[in-house]
Design a protein around this ligand. Structure first.
Ligand SMILES: Nc1ncnc2c1ncn2[C@@H]1O[C@H](COP(=O)(O)OP(=O)(O)OP(=O)(O)O)[C@@H](O)[C@H]1O
Length: 357
């Protein structure tokens, strides 16, 4: 039987627990394990990690039941850390920014961004979603908030719209689609920076930004102005989309924004009648691209009629069918992104963020 005389003993024991989103000796990371004077063991998971939380609790309970350890008082918390970014100027209230990008329109970037934000929230984090797609703000439609109008706080801040447990803001709440489409270059970048910085975000662990598609000046300027913790590139298996995704990876490299990896959307089609899988747009492309660019292939998401129907109904799959296989895919994706950001990044020392606006 294990006996624990010190925090070190607890860490050695906890390190035996493994999970694909943890690294070896994870419990030795600063601030992850603490022991109170009352002998309460506290494990703080520093990124969105509901699955780890549940599996770790189960593992501890099994150890107690099997008399491998004495009964202990413990708690497991999910408390994402703030990570350093190349752009120093932080966003008031926001710990980490995840930019969801695509080099080409129509590949499912917004669908991925919305479901990712909801999945991060289901995973125990406090999450915001900013629809920065000036050319076609689709978040209000996807979340059924087309009639929402953000309130104003202190004559200065815009209040985000809370829906399905996440805090959202969209260019679509302010102007209609027809006007957004004519924005170009500097005008669009300026408006977007304002949108992100003048929103009264509550304290958020993650702000997911649905970026405008493409790899032009707007995207480049945004990446240089907004403290992006990591970018996710969404693509489809078609050659053309993949060629563009390569450009996306190169652009983020140029501005020193870490790319967490690639999401292959519409990777295969699932027949709603017989469940058969077909590679409509070819297969293996994203895998090759990821290997070529030294990036991870984070997920291969199917093209499925239910996902489109959920989006059209204004309740994305993660919220509408949280127990479904598709929602499970997004939860896995969310926890993979959150853990990768943490293990690849550097924790910012706790400080009161002074917003520079
Ligand atoms: N995996 C999927 N399964 C089924 N339908 C999907 C899937 N991903 C996206 N779609 C559908 O494809 C259409 C385009 O998706 P979406 O708006 O997310 O793309 P986008 O890349 O953000 O496009 P744009 O750049 O034009 O905003 C939507 O109707 C959406 O419901």
């Amino acid at each position: 039987m294990h006996s624990f005389a010190s925090k070190h003993d607890f860490c050695v024991w906890l390190n035996q627990f493994s999970h694909p989103h943890l690294i070896a000796n994870w419990a030795d990371q600063p601030h992850v394990v603490t022991l109170s004077n009352e002998h309460l063991l506290r494990v703080v998971l520093p990124f969105a990690a509901k699955e780890i939380k549940e599996q770790l609790a189960q593992w501890i309970e099994t150890q107690i039941e099997n008399n491998q350890i004495d009964c202990i008082a413990y708690e497991i918390l999910v408390r994402p850390s703030t990570l350093r970014t190349t752009v120093d100027k932080s966003i008031r209230g926001v710990k980490n920014v995840i930019a969801v990008t695509s080099a080409k329109g129509g590949v499912g970037k917004s669908t991925t961004a919305v479901n990712l934000a909801l999945a991060l929230s289901h995973s125990g984090a406090k999450v915001g979603l900013l629809d920065a797609d000036v050319y076609g703000p689709s978040v209000p439609l996807m979340l059924g908030t087309t009639d929402a109008k953000p309130g104003v706080v202190d004559n200065k801040w815009m209040q985000p719209i809370e829906v399905q447990g996440i805090y959202t803001h969209s260019i679509g709440y302010l102007i209609d689609k027809a006007n957004a489409a004519i924005w170009r270059g500097p005008m669009a970048s300026k408006a977007l920076e304002q949108l992100v910085r003048e929103t009264h975000w509550p304290d958020l662990d993650y702000l997911v930004i649905d970026m405008p598609p493409g790899t032009g000046d707007i995207q480049l300027t945004l990446a240089q102005q907004i403290p992006v913790t990591g970018a996710v590139i969404v693509t489809t298996p078609q050659d053309l989309a993949l060629a563009d995704a390569r450009k996306g990876a190169a652009m983020f490299d140029e501005v020193d924004v870490p790319v967490v990896g690639i999401v292959e959307n519409m990777s295969y089609h699932v027949c709603s009648h017989c469940g058969a899988k077909e590679a409509l747009f070819g297969s293996g492309g994203a895998q090759t691209l990821a290997a070529e660019c030294g990036l991870s292939l984070l997920a291969q998401l199917p093209l499925h009629i239910a996902m489109r129907e959920d989006i059209d109904a204004g309740i994305p799959t993660v919220a509408r069918r949280p127990e479904s296989e598709h929602a499970g895919d997004y939860l896995q994706l969310a926890e993979r992104i959150a853990s990768t950001l943490y293990w690849q990044g550097h924790v910012k020392p706790d400080a009161i963020d002074i917003a520079l606006v």
